[in-house]
Design a binder for this molecule. Sequence first.
Ligand code: HEM
Length: 558
Amino acid sequence: MIVQSIVEFLGAHTTEVILYSLALFTVYSLVSGYNKPQVIDTTTNEPPAVIGLPTSLPWLFPKTRTRLASISNTHKWVQEGYQKYNKHGKAFKVHLISGDMIILPQDMVTETKNMPHNMVDIKSLEALAVRYTFDEYVNADLFHVGVIRKDLTARLAAVTPAIVEELDLAFRHYIPKLATAPDEKGWREVTMYDLVLKVVARTSHRVFLGEELCREEEYLDLSIKYAITVFPTGMLINCFPKFLHPIVGPILATPLRIFRRKARKFLDPIILKRLAQIRDGIPESERPNDLMQWLIEASLARGGGFATVDAIAVRVLTVAFAAIHTTSLSGTNTFYDLAHLSSLTPNDAYDRDPADLLRAELLDVFPPPHEFNKRYMQRLYNLDAFLKETLRLRLVGATHSERLVTARAGITTKSGLYLPYGTAFSFPGSPRLADPDVFEKPTEHRHVRFYRGDVANAADEDVDEIVFAGDAKGGAADKKLDRYMVTVTEDFPVFGVGVHACPGRFFAANELRILIAWFILRYDLKPIATRPPPSWFVCIDIMNTTARLHIREREVEE
Ligand code: HEM
């Protein structure tokens, strides 16, 4: 009752809560920052320049005003700082709503990307307030990362038929539900993001949890709601000073706990059944073979609190959070690009409608009845290059790879920049991807940029395996694979860089290829003259999720 009233109060007074939090945060920063070691360039003894401070009334709460302004201005500040400082090998600082951030120049990616956890750690644990938005166990040990990286990636070829089947069923189920009835020319209108989100959630859950749950609408909705509530909750918690987190964290995370309790109604019986199978010695070959099973086994190996039904359920939701939103945004953005670019063709990047280009390649590699398999999917060079170009342009925010210095003594970079314990730092994202010194015609969507049909090995070895093996060596994949979609390079940070590079990207790429292929083989997209405009929230480029596209069924040979 009390919790419900608090949640209702917070919901009705969101603006006030944020403003009070900021005021509190400012007082706290002033007091706690008084004696704190500062970031300093040891060669000049100067701190990095701050970008974004107010120019009018500069003495009036400059930090607090900058933090508030960061909500919609960070991308402009990072662009300015990139040109003024990063391009000359220097760092700069921005005051964000969630705290201060140092933006390091590109040449510091190499020296920091593989630093061990006791020197530098991923900031998302803190930015998402994982302890409260998920639980103490996820916060303490991210062993699901290893499960995704090894087990899921290794079994990708084996799970591809299930992905193909579920995706087909999901599209056939959701298009009639979400799209309008066809008009006289056969066009139907649909909110593309809603469609892609549902299809991706269901298909991913097929591999994560098996057939049993992936078609359960109520569970899918809860898992989606959980995933989209995590980020704002983490942001809100981080507006409060750290010492208040143990109080405000559990209160603000109440809606998440409610979703989790409802989701556990579905998850618990399956987890209990699987735990019983293991306890009863059912042979491994007779047990389910999906991500939930691998997570259960890894949790049992950790033992103690990690192996409770609650902790396992939260870890399943953690993986769904990491997977579904990112993949849906990538898929929807690809459809926006296909629809928009087709209104601009022919041009010097596309001599014909891009959907036709991709379709021709698909029909060549997978003639009807389109039996997709993972190995041949690697021959879809145009599709791969198109997807990679969409990710480059649409999936990277103003900054990337946010990290926290965890070394008690701080770290000093080769160029002499001292970053004390607790410093948050990151690297320029979209400004560098839009830099003509890095990419030719950087703001244009040009699939030829990443086309690798000319350098691909005719023997068709498993290129995922080569890239995966490169990860283990610290990111040194075969140079010939730099244009491959999942290859991480320092100039393509869409999946992060170094030790924290996305472990699920092989799965995501596989799912995206099948998703786009399924759709363009069966549907046309009506060209749109204007691409749905995104908006900025602090460092993030937020895709338009409400745009409606027109789709029309094609006559196909099934
Ligand atoms: C196109 C889709 C995806 C994109 C663009 C994407 C992007 C990223 C990025 C940029 C990072 C690094 C974050 C950082 O360095 O701070 C990351 C990490 C991560 N991703 Fe993905 N991701 C995608 C799909 C997936 C999928 C499908 C899964 C799970 C099956 C997944 C699981 C994870 C996990 C667990 C991490 C944390 C890694 C760590 O802490 O070391 N992602 N992802």
